[in-house]
Design a protein around this ligand. Structure first.
Ligand code: FES
Length: 651
């Protein structure tokens, strides 16, 4: 069966080379009439199980109806199914509805061979014997060999299996290098995809054979003690020459801990982790690799290295297999890193005709626009408001934080939902829930709802006209605040909070418009919001606020952790690496800081949703309030916006 599959080009897996020990070649006979082929297929048209297959079934179990493709001979007409786990190039279906599946074809593969010569020889002779066997049996020619493999070769040959049948399994990286060797059959190979963020570091441990995620874990980035945000960490390094080594050490330590945690959780050996991939923003990327991040702190924001990197995982201090390799995705520009490359790989805007707008919202928003013809990328300094910082009632997304807000336009009474509780505040299930603050998605909804309720004017002024009829509108000097939550702590949306959100969203919107100008389009057909924050924003509220340019709300969707998914794709699919390197080389970089059009877009984007765009496509779905101005003029906000934006730019 295995021979037939190979000759017909059918994808049927094998690690042991047809010796009946790996069990990867299992097939199922589809019995009955197959009119399409004009044959009658029967289980009896495969030879009965022989001693090898029966031994496999006794040892490792073989489900009813399953046969080993390498032992079952075809003796009559049969139609067989190759179950997904027997396919070499299987697909992993991704959770997000509109994400394309990942084809599993990892860069490292295991091959089993048996060496005939029972006598132990010199390492050199054994190595050439091994190379010959790999060439004859698997067609692997001219393999390089890691030093540690040479050292382990004789040990592997001497142990494990009887001398007469010296079977070994080798790991071959990228079809070129022997990176591991085990006595006997070894069919476990794992990889870890890391997403190194400035706040958190996350890892996903995957089975390199099935493509499945076996464990996921995250930890706070320990560099936080050197500075909350990226720029303060760069400043720290500037002020304390040599301290970058310390920042490198702590983030590597955190990755090493994650390796321990992930392997423990999945119940696998660290030494079976053979491959690692890494994404991160440029500063995290440089610090992890031990490169000087200070050029990224000021114009022209030059990367020390932007190419993808391949190195030994041990060089990064990771406690994995000695021959494991690490692949770091390429960076795009000084503010647009390997995390954005991961997002592109995950979302695939370069694969279709439709022009996509991808946005990863964080303290810096990374923006990618384009399709198969052209891709543009930029970053925009949104500041930390979307993470709840600089907001009077703001907090990070954590249990107790308000994440959903609805305001009744008649009574101006709010309903909220907090992280950790599925009930709305006016439902019985909410009783006793401790509300601690408002996270980014909550503040966006609060501001958008205030606008929809007619309380917040187009220029972002909280209008106190109805203050006499509701306790929710509170005079606050010359401005008004909105009382979102009574109790301890009291949560209030102030005029200044609204301004902070306006500044952040105007920066993001302006970045998007700038890329659209460059591309020469007025409208985008599809918007994908990536990252932890992007995945929690409600598309309608994001549009009401004017966070992104007008679009049909049904075409604005969450992309999940696209950067991390990109790392996982690069882990599971070798071709994806060449693909993303190629795409990244062709990306047109737009530096928002020096683009003259940015300021103009920024000023217009301060309005809610926008000073000149009526948001007709949103308006077709949602009743938008009439446009009106508050007491302060829009241009005054623009001026303050400009000032703030400059403050946020790194020195
Ligand atoms: Fe390994 Fe059939 S190929 S058991």
């Amino acid at each position: 069966m295995l021979d037939a599959a190979r000759r017909l080009g059918v994808d049927l897996d094998s690690v042991c080379g047809g010796r009946g020990i790996c069990g990867r070649c299992q097939v199922e006979v589809a019995e009955g009439e197959h009119a399409k082929h004009g044959i009658t297929s029967a289980a009896g048209h495969l030879s009965p199980a022989d001693g090898v297959e029966r031994a496999y079934a006794a040892d490792r179990g073989l489900a009813a109806g399953r046969r080993l493709g390498c032992t079952a001979a075809v003796v009559g007409d049969v139609v067989v199914d190759v179950p997904p786990e027997s396919q070499l190039f299987r697909q992993v279906v991704r959770k997000e509805a509109d994400a394309h599946p990942i084809e599993v074809d990892p860069v490292v593969r295991l091959y089993y061979v048996e060496l005939e010569q029972p006598e132990l020889e010199s390492a050199e002779a054994e190595l050439s014997r091994l190379r010959r066997a790999l060439e004859e049996e698997w067609g692997l020619r001219g393999l390089d060999c890691d030093l540690h493999v040479v050292a382990e070769l004789q040990r592997a040959l001497a142990s494990g299996t009887p001398a007469a049948r010296r079977g070994v399994t080798v790991a071959v990286h990228d079809g070129e290098t022997l990176t591991g060797i085990w006595a006997g059959l070894h069919d476990r190979a794992y990889g870890i995809a890391f997403d190194v963020g400035s706040t958190t570091v996350a890892g996903h441990l995957c089975d390199l054979w099935s493509g499945e995620v076996l464990a996921s874990a995250g930890a706070m980035n320990p560099q936080i003690r050197f500075g909350e945000d990226l720029m303060s960490r760069v400043s720290y390094v500037m002020l304390h020459p040599g301290s970058e080594a310390e920042l490198t050490k702590v983030v590597r330590g955190s990755l090493a801990k994650l390796v321990a945690e992930l392997t423990r959780e999945a119940g696998v050996e660290r030494a079976d982790v053979l491959e690692v991939t890494i994404v991160g923003n440029p500063i995290m990327h440089h610090l992890l690799l031990g490169l000087d991040p200070t050029p990224l702190g000021s114009a022209p924001f030059a990367l020390v290295v932007d190419e993808a990197l391949r190195l030994a995982a041990r060089e990064l201090g990771l406690p994995v297999h000695a021959g494991a390799r690490a692949y770091v995705l390429p960076c795009i520009a000084g503010h647009v890193g390997a995390d954005t490359a991961g997002m592109i790989l995950s979302e695939g805007p370069h694969l279709g005709d439709e022009v996509n707008l991808l946005v990863d919202v964080g303290t810096n928003a990374e923006i990618v626009l384009g399709n198969r013809e052209r891709l543009l990328a930029a970053s925009s300094p949104t500041g930390p408001a979307f993470e709840g910082a600089q907001i009077s009632c703001g907090q990070r997304a954590a249990p107790g934080a308000v994440e959903r807000v609805r305001i009744d336009p008649e009574t101006l009474e709010p309903r909220v939902r907090v992280i950790g509780c599925d009930a709305w505040s006016d439902e019985p299930g909410f009783a006793g829930v401790q509300v601690t603050g408002v996270c980014g998605s909550g503040i966006i909804e609060a501001v958008a709802e205030l606008h929809l309720a007619g309380v917040l004017t187009t220029d972002g002024t909280i209008d106190g006209a109805r203050a006499a009829e509701t306790r929710r509108l509170v005079a606050d000097g010359r401005t008004f605040s909105y009382l979102l939550h009574e109790g301890q702590p009291e949560l209030v949306v102030t005029q200044n909070d609204v301004r902070q959100i306006q500044l952040a969203k105007a920066a993001l919107h302006a970045g998007c418009r700038l890329l659209m100008d460059r591309y020469g389009i007025e409208r985008v057909e599809r918007v994908r919001l990536a990252g932890a924050f992007g995945s929690h924003i409600d598309p309608v509220h994001a549009l009401v606020l004017g966070l992104v340019p007008d679009c049909d709300p049904a075409r604005v969707t969450a992309a999940g952790n696209a950067a991390g998914t990109g790392a996982r794709i690069a882990l599971l699919n070798r071709a994806a690496r060449a693909e993303i390197e190629d795409v990244v080389r062709g990306v047109e970089k737009v530096e928002t800081a020096v683009e003259p059009g940015f300021q103009e877009h920024f000023v217009r984007a301060m309005a809610i949703p926008h000073a000149s765009d009526p948001y007709a496509r949103l308006g077709a779905v949602v009743a938008l309030p009439a446009r009106r101005q508050g007491r302060e003029s829009a241009s005054a906000h623009g001026a303050s916006g400009r000032r703030r934006r400059r403050e946020r730019r790194p020195a």
